[in-house]
Ligand binder design. Structure first.
Ligand code: UT7
Length: 331
């Protein structure tokens, strides 16, 4: 029997309707369109305004989009991996709710949290379940309602993040297409550079933590940038060399959308022209777990069977890595 590889066979996505532009941010904090565009590449981001809807709302929309487009019966899905840094609630698994709501009654599910690398690490896990032969259809959803944890008075963070969701289906492939290699890393020394201080077991919620504004994202932007810009490029370069590839062999870089300057440093290191780099940062900002699948969602029509893709991400923790994958279908 030929070896089973894990291929992406379908893609879905969703962003909420509300557009928060740089111009509107100018009315909220001391910032301006020129600064945001030059320093990050972001022009606008989407926000889920409904107060009674959490990340699951975005995830369900993206998953349903995938099921509909691909004509997949949700009852055939074996598992749902929910990559997110903003679960609906602590403890109760958001992925379980998403699976039930989309009709994936025969699936089991769990949440995976690795900050902005959640989706990339989820791809690795989904692939392992498929490669082992244990499961045939693994749905990986990346979704974040970042607006629920952002302080819209902090100009160093509120300009960056947005809300969104994307989903991919992993299935067995017998032509050798799909995930080829990965290089995933973490460094816990970075945990104080990008975090929400309170609300976890270390500093549970209290009146004091609310008064001290400790339930929103804090980022030491300079430090995170310094690490992200080198680490993301390092792993992308490493995955190329390890597979005897150069930039000429690669059709697409699928990078985490945190800052256009980080994306450019990575593509430059890989010797890739702009046309080979998936980008939607100008429209959506940093949607954390949703950046990679939302790129696939937007570029799906351009992808061809056999295309060589490199995924790369960097996030809080620190967490980062790269994956080399060959595309399995013509859209
Ligand atoms: O996805 C997870 C990983 N996250 C990342 O990869 C994000 C990494 N970090 C970044 O993308 C960048 O560090 C930021 C976009 C967050 C900030 O850009 P920067 O070029 O590193 O700016 P900076 O923090 O060095 O600040 C430069 C100046 C400062 O003013 P002074 O001290 O030079 O007078 C800031 O106060 O820009 C000022 N500044 C702003 N000005 C206008 C900071 N934020 C703003 C703003 N608008 N929103």
């Amino acid at each position: 029997m030929s070896k089973i590889t894990a291929a992406i066979t379908a893609v879905g996505g969703y962003v909420p309707d509300y557009v928060l532009s740089n111009k509107e941010l100018e009315t909220m904090v001391d910032t301006n369109d020129e600064w945001i565009t030059a320093r990050t590449g972001i022009k606008e981001r989407r926000i889920l305004k409904d107060k009674d809807k959490g990340t699951s709302f975005l995830a369900i929309k993206a998953a349903k989009d995938l099921l509909k487009k691909n004509n997949t019966d949700p009852k055939d899905i074996d598992m749902v991996i929910m990559a997110t840094a903003t679960p609906d609630m602590p403890v109760a698994v958001t992925g379980a709710y998403v699976a039930t709501q989309i009709g994936a009654d025969n699936a089991f599910s769990y949440d995976l949290m690795a900050a902005c690398s959640s989706f990339l690490f989820g791809m690795s896990i989904a692939a392992k379940y498929i490669e082992s032969g244990s499961y045939k259809k693994v749905l990986l959803v990346g979704a974040d309602k970042m607006s629920s944890i952002i302080d819209y008075k902090d100009r160093t963070t509120c300009i960056i993040f947005g809300d969104g969701a994307g989903a991919v289906l992993f299935e067995p492939n017998f032509e050798g297409l799909g995930v080829q290699d990965e290089y995933l890393r973490t460094d816990g020394n970075g945990r104080d550079s990008l975090k929400i201080e309170a609300g976890g077991s270390l500093l549970p919620s209290s009146i004091e933590t609310v008064k001290n504004n400790q339930h929103v994202v804090f980022q030491d932007g300079k430090t995170v940038f310094k690490f992200a810009v080198t680490r993301m490029a390092d792993v992308s370069d490493k995955i190329l060399k390890r597979n005897n590839l150069t930039g000429d062999d690669i059709q697409w870089l699928v990078p985490h959308q945190a800052n256009n300057r980080i994306i450019e440093a990575t593509s430059k290191r890989m010797n890739l022209p702009d046309e080979k780099v998936m980008k939607n940062i100008h429209k959506y900002g940093n949607t954390t777990s949703a950046t990679l699948p939302l790129c696939l969602f937007e570029y799906e029509k351009k992808l061809k069977k056999g295309d060589k893709l490199v995924f790369a991400a960097f996030g809080g923790g620190f967490t980062w890595g790269a994956m080399y994958l060959t595309w399995s279908y013509d859209s």
